[in-house]
Design a protein around this ligand. Structure first.
Ligand code: NAP
Length: 266
């Protein structure tokens, strides 16, 4: 029998950006815990295979078009989601993008793309879904942050600003909506190989450099996020709000060696 503290049977989870990558990891973990799903992408056809996989688990699944840079798209997605299920219990604000460039090369459009998608988009999706949650007096909102919510990385200026903003936004929304039975938390993954950063993992030297700085000595794997997302989505986190939970193998500790290496000793 499943543990009621982590059981999501009868709950509906909306996960944005489920055409690939972490969005699919999150949706799969929530479905395995019993949740029905609303999946989104800017291109509906990219959701077909994943929708079939989730339905095969016995879940009700609805796929909807969503562009988080378009206010009308957000509003119509939220309305369709409510029509489909009546109540959305869980929102995972996962849709996001990145532009990797030295700060001096970042353009006005780069900045707008990343901030509009990651920060403005997450706010207005949360606002649209929270209206229904307020009506029902219940909700779990999980904003996806990053290790860059708490640390600075060269070449990620706009991204880091957006992720720091997500952490602060999480605290503000938690303060706003706690009285309505809604918790708002930030789940901040470390380094996971996906389409967004695949090119980095093609550079063996960089992977070695990365792993050296991760206390658990490897990048993240898909199911490393399962426990954290189910915890924040479920009854087990009922008295947790406004928090950022880092799932990063410890890289946010700033793990630099403070002893000399064997090589240096010789
Ligand atoms: N990978 C990592 O190591 C890592 C670490 C920390 C945080 N994150 C964050 O976790 C989230 C997922 O990352 P990922 O690595 O899985 O990225 P990804 O593979 O690039 O997937 C991004 C997802 O976001 C959606 N998306 C992008 N722009 C959108 C828009 N304007 N409107 C609606 N949906 C949009 C994409 O959907 P469509 O293109 O189909 O519309 C796609 O499903 C992102 O927010 C990312 O910043 C990733």
């Amino acid at each position: 029998m499943s543990n009621p503290l982590f059981d999501l049977t009868g709950q509906v989870a909306l996960v944005t950006g489920t055409s690939r990558g972490l969005g699919q990891y999150f949706a799969r973990a929530l479905a395995n815990a019993g949740a029905d799903l609303i999946l989104t992408s800017r291109k509906l056809e990219t959701l077909a295979l994943f929708e079939a996989e989730m339905k095969a688990l016995g879940r009700c699944v609805v796929s909807l078009e969503l562009d988080v840079r378009d206010e009308a798209s957000i509003r119509s997605m939220a309305a369709e989601a409510e029509t489909a299920f009546g109540q959305i219990h869980i929102l995972v604000n996962n849709a996001g993008c990145n532009v990797r460039k030295p700060a001096v090369d970042v353009t006005w459009d780069d900045w707008n793309l990343v901030l509009d998608t990651n920060l403005r988009g997450s706010f207005f999706v949360a606002q649209s879904v929270a209206r229904g949650m307020i009506h029902h007096g219940y909700g779990r909102i999980i904003n996806i942050g990053s290790v860059t919510s708490v640390a600075g990385y060269a070449g990620l200026g706009p991204y880091t600003a957006s992720r720091g903003g997500i952490r602060q936004l999480t605290m503000s929304l938690a303060a706003d909506w706690g009285k309505h039975g809604i918790t708002v938390n930030c789940l901040a993954p470390g380094w996971f190989k996906t389409a967004q950063n695949r090119v980095m993992y093609e550079d063996e030297g960089w992977v070695e450099y990365l792993v050296e700085r991760i206390p658990l000595k490897r990048p993240g794997q898909p199911n490393d996020l399962d426990g954290a997302i189910v915890f924040l989505a479920s009854e087990s986190s009922r008295y947790v709000t406004g928090q950022t939970l880092l799932v990063d193998g410890g890289i946010s500790t700033g793990a630099l060696r403070a002893t000399v290496s064997q090589k240096e000793k010789k």
